[in-house]
Design a protein around this ligand. Structure first.
Ligand code: NDP
Length: 245
């Protein structure tokens, strides 16, 4: 299918649920054709795609593990060859595997760094190759307040997310003159599966707004950063955290 000139294309990693699904729907509302990535939850990704279509937007499923460099490159290349372009990448896929650092296994360390930081490399690198040729595009990655606060048990997660922020800032500077923007959104606590087991009362006490955020509240900021309204914003990290820092 040949794309209309104004039809913009987005790829969202981890779009099967939580923040990623909210980002897919927000981008669909903004008129993007959205490729929904997932790793295990095919049903969740299909549900997201169905909701995208019910908003009148186009979309597709792009199942791959962001830890797998060649699978990520292949998925980006086939998306670009099908759609003719890529305008937005949202690096949202992430996992936690909490443990006090002194007891942290190599497996837990690697699982979180491989997804959060190496996954960012695996997907962003081929996408940026295309965007610099197009001379347009926007990459937004989802970090966390944990990159900036010492949350005990999250040395792996903080390392991945802080690495994402630092790497994004450098990539942003490198591609800024080529019409490509790279930014980060750092959420606080957001109501998704990831914080399912967190004790509500205790975590609300850490948040000045005294409530947990909604995935849509992150998605709105992602959509804004991708839009023309944010045309002079690059290399930035925007907190969405109810005032936590
Ligand atoms: P969820 O656990 O609800 O969803 C995680 C998503 O990431 C799922 O779609 C999952 O896919 C996908 N995913 C995980 N590993 C991989 C992989 N290797 N390859 C491809 N996809 C993968 O998490 P949230 O929605 O809460 O989190 C989204 C992002 O926001 C993460 O980066 C997280 O670190 C960050 N964040 C979340 C906060 C929160 O409080 N919820 C706070 C701050 C940051 P599948 O379903 O197929 O397994």
């Amino acid at each position: 299918m040949v794309k209309q000139k104004n039809e913009r294309v987005a790829l969202v990693t981890g779009g099967s649920r939580g923040i990623g699904r909210a980002v897919c729907l927000e981008l669909a509302r903004a008129g993007y054709t959205v490729a929904v990535n997932y790793r295990k939850d095919r049903e969740g990704a299909e549900q997201t795609l169905q909701e995208i279509r019910s908003l009148g937007a186009g979309g597709s499923i792009a199942g791959f593990d962001v830890r797998d460099e060649s699978a990520a490159r292949q998925a980006v290349e086939s998306l670009v060859s099908e759609q003719g372009r890529i305008d937005v990448l949202v690096n949202n896929a992430g996992v936690t595997a909490d443990e006090l650092f002194v007891m942290m296994s190599r497996e837990k360390w690697d699982a979180v760094i491989d997804t959060g930081l190496n996954g960012f490399y695996n997907v962003t690198r081929p996408v940026l190759e295309r965007m610099v040729v197009q001379k347009s595009g926007s990459v937004v990655s989802i970090a966390s307040v944990s990159a900036l606060l010492p949350n005990r048990g999250q040395a792996n997660y903080a390392g991945a997310k802080a690495g994402l922020i630092a790497a994004s800032r450098v990539a942003a500077a490198e591609v800024a003159r080529l019409g490509v923007r790279v930014n980060v959104v750092a959420p606080g606590l957001i109501e998704t599966d990831m914080i399912r087991d967190f004790p509500r009362k205790e975590i609300k006490a850490l948040i000045p707004m005294a409530r947990i955020g909604r995935p849509e509240e992150v998605a709105h900021v992602v959509r804004f950063l991708c839009s023309q309204e944010a045309s002079y914003i690059t290399g930035q990290t925007i907190g969405v955290n109810g005032g936590m820092i």
